[in-house]
Design a protein around this ligand. Structure first.
Ligand SMILES: [Zn+2]
Length: 107
């Protein structure tokens, strides 16, 4: 039993979160299979408004359109990272942004 846990932890450490992501291979919101994508890193203190975070959690939890790279720009892991995304989450994010822009322009 201890050996199994040790092997699972070792597997997670050597292959990263992608392994655990593959174990949960469907979007919890849309129920469709996640697809791999090479996304760019975003560096620095990324500020996101609370409305975005709330919408992401509720409507597009698996948008995965960029990877957090940390506070300082570096490319020790390469210029991109493989993340798993849901195509419907990306569509939902585009619609959410469009609706926000439309409501802001109407004000
Ligand atoms: Zn989704």
């Amino acid at each position: 039993m201890v050996r199994t846990w040790f092997l699972l932890i070792l597997l997670g450490l050597t292959t990263g979160c992608a392994t655990f992501r593959l174990l949960q291979d469907k979007c919890p919101k849309h129920g469709i299979r996640l697809q791999p994508d090479e996304v760019p890193f975003s560096f620095g203190n990324i500020r996101t408004e609370p409305a975005y975070l709330e919408a992401k959690k509720k409507w597009f939890p698996d948008v995965a359109d960029f990877a957090f790279g940390g506070c300082c720009p570096h490319y020790k892991d390469g210029p991109t990272k493989t993340l798993y995304f849901c195509s419907e989450c990306r569509d939902a994010k585009r619609l959410w942004i469009a609706s926000r822009m439309k409501s802001e322009s109407a004000e």
